[in-house]
Design a protein around this ligand. Structure first.
Ligand code: KIV
Ligand code: ZN
Length: 385
């Protein structure tokens, strides 16, 4: 039996930290409901103490969303935890996500503290959060650069204090996939009672490795992945939800699955892009506008013979409009003949040869040849013959 990977979506918390992406409560409810329909397991709805607006949004999402766990972020500070618990009061499945820095860089420069003092704060915060809710996730910030022995002690201590999920963030996106996987494996093999908590991956994309690192973490034993729609988030972003979900779906040999309804992926990508006013890069995996576009002659010819030659995912499986054959100066005769047929013209091989030479002249003068250009070529040709 494959193992379930819980999908923890933080579009509305880590994703919303992107400058200019702030949403109002109404927009956040709309995104949260779309996330619920998508099938995520946990929605991190915000950081309640950070502002009255964030508190209101977490409270409103708690009231509107019923089938999904709703999570609020806190620092390892009692007041933060009390405010988060208050914001989550109406949630059917509330989770408090508390934590503190775990690397020496954070311990020294952010907290001016010792490892022992940080350990004490981590345990206190976890135990305090458990007084309010039965589901407490602990994050060991900057775990990607933390001393592994100390990280293991911290994780052991917070599980003993009641953490149900332990989050191992690669906060700065520093790790290589094998290094991140080894960190998770080390915790799996060395932390007593690790099986009492779910291990979570939270990877940032500063080196473009967030998806690879999250998958390496899951292979090593993590069972929750934290991610955002379109990979939005601090700096270079977070792990992209659509990417990890489709990696897991495409590679069944991993022995993993998620509860995501993948046909919702493109619609929710557009919703988040529009509400947050952040365009999706055209070549973005799964949801970019070129994710199913073929423009070179060799690819187009193969694709038209059999789609699987150049597509590993069917566009409808991820809710995309369909595959696209883009006509450019790199296109070949088969793509041109195919488009003429689609436009209703029945040209034979010789016709296509002549038309192809004329097509190349047009194609060299612009980035993409439109149907209108082809109709005018066809019209002129029909007049001559
Ligand atoms: O990147 C990070 O470490 C975080 C934590 C607050 C979970 O976002
Ligand atoms: Zn983060």
């Amino acid at each position: 039996m494959p193992d379930k990977i819980f999908i923890f979506d933080t579009t509305l918390r880590d994703g919303e930290q992107v400058p200019g992406c702030k949403l109002n409560t109404k927009e956040k409810i709309e995104v949260a409901q779309a996330l619920e329909a998508l099938g995520v397991d946990i929605i991190e709805a915000g950081f309640p103490i950070s502002s009255p607006g964030d508190f209101e949004s977490v409270a409103a999402i708690s009231a509107h969303v019923k089938d999904v766990t709703v999570c609020g972020l806190t620092r390892a500070v009692e007041k933060d935890i009390e405010v988060a618990a208050e914001a989550l009061k109406k949630a059917r499945h509330p989770r408090i996500h508390t934590g503190i820095g775990s690397s020496d860089i954070h311990i020294k420069h952010k907290f001016n503290a010792t490892r022992e003092q940080i350990l004490e704060r981590a345990v206190k915060a976890t135990a305090y959060a458990r007084k309010f809710v039965p589901d407490v996730e602990f994050f060991a910030e900057d775990a990607g650069r933390a001393d592994l022995g100390f990280l293991a002690r911290m994780i052991e201590a917070v599980i003993k204090a009641g953490a149900t999920v332990v989050n191992i963030p690669d906060t700065t996106g520093y790790c290589l996939p094998h290094q991140y996987g080894e960190r998770i494996a080390y915790l799996v093999n060395n932390v007593p009672n690790i099986d009492k908590a779910v291990i979570s991956c939270h990877c940032h994309n500063d080196l473009g490795l967030a998806t690879a690192n999250s998958i390496a973490g899951a292979i090593a034993g993590a069972r929750q992945i934290e991610c955002t729609i379109n990979g939005i988030g601090e700096r270079a972003g977070n792990t992209s939800l659509e990417e990890v979900v489709m990696v897991i779906k495409q590679h069944q040999s991993l022995g993993l699955y998620t509860g995501i309804h993948t046909e919702h992926l493109n619609p929710i990508s557009q919703l988040v892009s529009e509400t947050m006013r952040v365009p999706v890069q055209p070549n973005k995996a799964i949801v970019g506008m070129n994710a199913f576009a073929h423009s070179s002659g060799i690819h187009q010819d193969g694709f038209l013979k059999q789609a699987e030659t150049y597509e590993i995912i069917r566009p409808e499986e991820v809710g995309a409009a369909g595959s696209l054959i883009v006509l450019t100066a790199r296109s070949g005769r088969s793509a041109l003949a195919h488009r003429f047929r689609k436009l209703g013209y029945e040209f034979n091989r010789n016709d296509v040869d002549v038309l192809y030479e004329r097509f190349l002249v047009v194609a060299d003068s612009k980035k993409e040849v439109e149907d209108a250009d082809l109709k005018s070529l066809a019209h002129q040709y029909e007049k001559e013959t």
